[in-house]
Design a binder for this molecule. Structure first.
Ligand code: PHE
Ligand code: NA
Length: 451
């Protein structure tokens, strides 16, 4: 078995706060700092944020609880957990592993960009306020061949080294320093950004919904983003939940983790979008948004370079605390089901994922002309298939398995530690899992398939 300690028992989180921080570490990552601001920028700002919030309340909290409960009950990896509920549901876990595989391949490419920017900051190359210069610099990095692939490789190596070290001390300890640090940093940035001249437009853009901007594509993007950001729909929280002790407070964690994640995403939006308007960038600029706007903001601050170094280090740590959870889902599966040695599994999976990331990286440069889905190259296709299809599909099937196969009564019994904990919203939660989740996800899917 994969995750046993020296005395042959399954490893467990060291403390209650340790689990929350590790799970929040998985949730808080490039999804908040890099993807959320540009998805909001691309999808009409406030309109996207409004839809995001509705989906967060209807399915985000609900599925967070469902995954953690399923993991703690079964004490197994994603596939094993589904199989324990019913043999024929094991494929749901397998879909999750596939999603993790795909996500990590492009996630690591972006993680590589973060390392590259950290290096640029250290060498002073980023001390520029000119929007055009910063834009070109980013364009040059991502459209290259060896440079971005080299950094992508570095990020993958860092990821597998942590995973090789195991679950215990490493992840938990680093999260305790990292998460508060990131929080402080992002607040400082949001304040600086919001006090730039002309920033008000950006705040309005992010917070005032323009209902005419809402269409089915915006809704599908928001749905995918909720899953991506909360690390839901692929068994990640099942896996992390499986290391919880039986006296942990799941209902409380299932509220805290999404709140932390959403707080960081909103702060990131408030740090990026006002600066976008203040410096005259395009909010719909896409994946480059933070790499172009943040350096511009830092260049306008006293001790900017110092803050910038700290910031990219924190982004890198946030990205790593997520990428390790992605790799861990795949590793736990291969070790449990294929009986592969854990070290061999970790290194070979990381290598295959690295290879898969190469076309994703090249799709910003030499392979930009190759499209897999209409208008989407490798990177965008991997992102779309995993975030907008596999994760919501995994969430839909999770609702069915927990709500109807295992049953909400059993799930609530587990969530309340056999009735010892208070869980006021239990009946409401049951209603959300059984009906609202499947119907809402199903409708978005069918509508978006019909175009
Ligand atoms: N939630 C992470 C982020 O926001 C990404 C992630 C997705 C991690 C799925 C694990 C599983 O960056
Ligand atoms: Na996130």
């Amino acid at each position: 078995m994969a995750n046993l300690n020296n005395s042959g028992e399954r490893e467990q989180w060291g403390s209650k706060i340790g689990f929350i921080l590790a799970a929040a570490g998985s949730a808080v990552g490039l999804g908040n700092l890099w993807k959320f601001p540009y998805m909001a920028g691309k999808n009409g700002g406030g309109a996207f944020v409004l839809v995001y919030f509705i989906i967060l309340f209807l399915v985000g909290f609900t599925l967070m609880l469902a995954e953690i409960v399923l993991g703690r009950y079964t004490q197994l990896n994603a596939i094993g957990a589904y199989r324990k509920i019913g043999k024929k549901w094991a494929f749901v876990g397998a879909l999750g592993v596939l999603a993790g595989f795909l996500i990590l391949s492009f996630y690591s490419v972006v993680g590589g960009w973060v390392i590259a920017y950290l290096v640029k900051t250290l060498t002073g190359a980023l001390n520029v306020t000119d929007a055009e210069v910063l834009g070109n610099m980013f364009g040059k990095l991502i459209s290259g061949t060896t440079e971005p692939i080299f950094y992508h490789a570095l990020f993958m190596v860092a990821t597998f080294l942590i995973v090789l070290g195991g679950i215990g001390g490493g992840i938990e300890k680093s999260s305790k320093i990292l998460m508060p640090g990131l929080f402080v940093m992002i607040i400082v940035l949001a304040i600086r950004s919001m006090t730039l001249p002309g920033a008000v437009e950006g705040i309005k853009y992010l917070l005032v919904p323009d209902f005419s901007k809402i269409n089915i594509d915006v809704v599908l993007d928001a749905l995918g983003q909720v899953f991506f950001s909360l690390s839901l729909g692929m068994g990640c929280m099942i896996t992390y939940g499986s290391y919880l002790s039986k006296d942990s407070n799941i209902p409380e964690s299932a509220v805290t983790i999404p709140l932390i994640d959403t707080g960081v995403a909103l702060l990131a939006g408030l740090a990026v979008l006002p600066a976008v308007f203040a410096f005259g960038f395009e909010p719909s600029a896409g994946p480059g948004l933070i790499f172009i706007t943040f350096p511009a903001v830092f260049a306008q601050m006293p001790f900017g370079t110092l803050f910038e170094i700290m910031f990219f280090i924190l982004v890198l740590f946030a990205a790593l605390s997520s990428s390790i959870s992605l790799l861990e889902v795949c590793v736990a599966y291969v070790v449990d089901e294929w009986k592969m040695n854990r070290k061999v599994a970790t290194v070979s999976l990381a290598f295959v994922i690295f290879l898969l990331g190469i076309p994703a990286s090249l799709s910003f440069g030499p392979w930009a002309h190759i499209t897999l889905l209409p208008g989407k190259g490798f990177f965008d296709t991997f992102d779309f298939i995993s975030s907008n299809i596999l994760l919501p599909l995994g969430g839909l099937l999770l609702c069915i398995v927990v709500g109807w196969i295992w049953g909400t009564d059993n799930a609530i019994k587990e969530a309340t530690n056999e009735g010892q904990l208070e869980f006021k919203f239990a009946p409401f939660w049951a209603f959300l899992v059984k009906y609202v989740g499947p119907v809402a996800i199903g409708i978005v899917f069918i509508r978006s398939l019909l175009g």
